[in-house]
Each structure stands twice: as structure tokens, then as C-alpha cells.
Design a protein around this ligand. Sequence first.
Ligand SMILES: Nc1nc2c(ncn2[C@@H]2O[C@H](COP(=O)(O)OP(=O)(O)OP(=O)(O)O)[C@@H](O)[C@H]2O)c(=O)[nH]1
Ligand SMILES: [Zn+2]
Length: 235
Amino acid sequence: MQNVDPRSYKEPSCNLPFLQSDSGANCNAASISPEPPLFPDRNAPSRDHVDLPRIEQAVRIILDAVGEDPDREGLLETPARVARMYAEMFAGLKSDPGRHLAKVFTEEYDEIVLVRDISFCSMCEHHLLPFTGRAHIAYLPSGKVVGLSKLARVVEEVARRPQVQERMTQTIADLVEERLSATGVAVVCEATHSCMTMRGVRKPGSLCLTSAMRGAFRDDPKSRAEVLGLINREV
Ligand SMILES: Nc1nc2c(ncn2[C@@H]2O[C@H](COP(=O)(O)OP(=O)(O)OP(=O)(O)O)[C@@H](O)[C@H]2O)c(=O)[nH]1
Ligand SMILES: [Zn+2]
């Protein structure tokens, strides 16, 4: 089995810059230059820990086990594609998403900061199927604010792990509370789980909502109602 440097892999239609393909047409790893990108994204999580050849072996076994022929033309590159896909989907496993919250700006602002509708795609740890949706993050600053995009970066990176939605929601809330010393944090996630829509109980349209409240948003009913009102407000 070919052992290709994971950093040389490229994937079409991907929002992680180091995975983006110019043409999007050819996924053959052997045809891709091993040169590192000219402008590497310093915010991108590392996926060097992913053992691509072992995933390829496993995918071949799965194809064989379901009665497919892994050597037919259409499936020849599938194990390598799936390996790259898992490397991408689980790129957040060994990274610290909190690093995005390291740079802060001193600001005498202590009211709600809310970033709504941060889209995410994560993987359900029970079936390894995607759950996709939106996260809303609000916090009450205590003398320092963070760049708004960094909250979306945290969501993007925390999402790139196998997990349950409840844990993802809490992880984001804990990071924001700790790293920003926020006096209140509210995280609400809403997502559709493929494992409930395309298999099993098959209920398309079902939506799972989870919330994690910290500090004032947990302790003070008025603060909690205010932030939930903003999250749910029609725009
Ligand atoms: N709490 C929680 N459950 C989840 C999440 N993602 C998937 N699940 C559920 O995980 C459960 C796994 O149940 P099991 O009985 O072990 O597996 P299963 O036989 O495949 O279950 P069904 O999906 O009901 O067919 C299912 O009820 C899924 O709906 C999540 O993010 N949070
Ligand atoms: Zn599932």
C-alpha cells in the first residue's frame, strides 16, 4: 500500500485551505506534488496523526465484506479518498481549539456578544455519520473581547472529532469561559443527525437542540432569557 505524506493530500470542495484542490478533478494522491503549500494556514489543525494507509486497508475490507469488488475501476481510488476524508473530518482530534482564543483585545464592554448561525459539520461517534447544523455562541466579556471569527474557528475545529452533540456544545462553552474569563457563556447548537435521517429510525427533518450555559447565563434567569431571546430573534 502506498504511504503518502498526509500533508500532500488535496481534497476538492473543502473549506480547510491546506486541503483545497486547484482543479478539484483528480484525487489521485500519486499525481499531487508533495511540496508544502506556499502560504500554509497557521490556524489549520494538524492531521499528521492520521494513519492513512491503515484506513485504506480497513475500507478495502469493508467493501469486500459488503459484497463489493474493491478492485473494480470505480472503487480503485475509494479507500484513499475515504482515508483523506477521515483525516479531514477528524483533523481536530489532536489540536487545541482554544488557541484561537489566545489573542484578545482590551475593551470596556461587558454586555452580550453573540455570534449566531455558525455552520458546522461533525461526526456522530456512534455511527460515524455526519451531524450538521449551526452553533450560536454568546459571552459576557470581562475587560477583553476576542476577534469574532475566532469563535467560528473554535466551532470549526471542535466539530472535527467523533462525538455527541451534547459534548461538542459543552466543549465550546468551557473553552470560551476559560480562555476569555467570560462572566457568562451561552452555547446553543442545532443539528440534523444523518444517523436518524438516512438510516435507523429514518426521520428526516428531526432537529436536535443542545445548550450549555455558564456563569450569569446559568445562574441568572433574566440573563438567560435575554440571551436566548437574542439567539432566537427573527432577523
Ligand atoms: N445523545 C446523543 N445521541 C446520539 C447522538 N448522535 C447519535 N445518537 C444516538 O445514539 C444512539 C445509539 O443507539 P444504539 O442503540 O447503541 O445504536 P442503534 O441500534 O444504531 O440505534 P438506532 O439509531 O436507534 O438504530 C441512537 O439513539 C442515536 O440516535 C448525539 O449527538 N447525542
Ligand atoms: Zn449516529
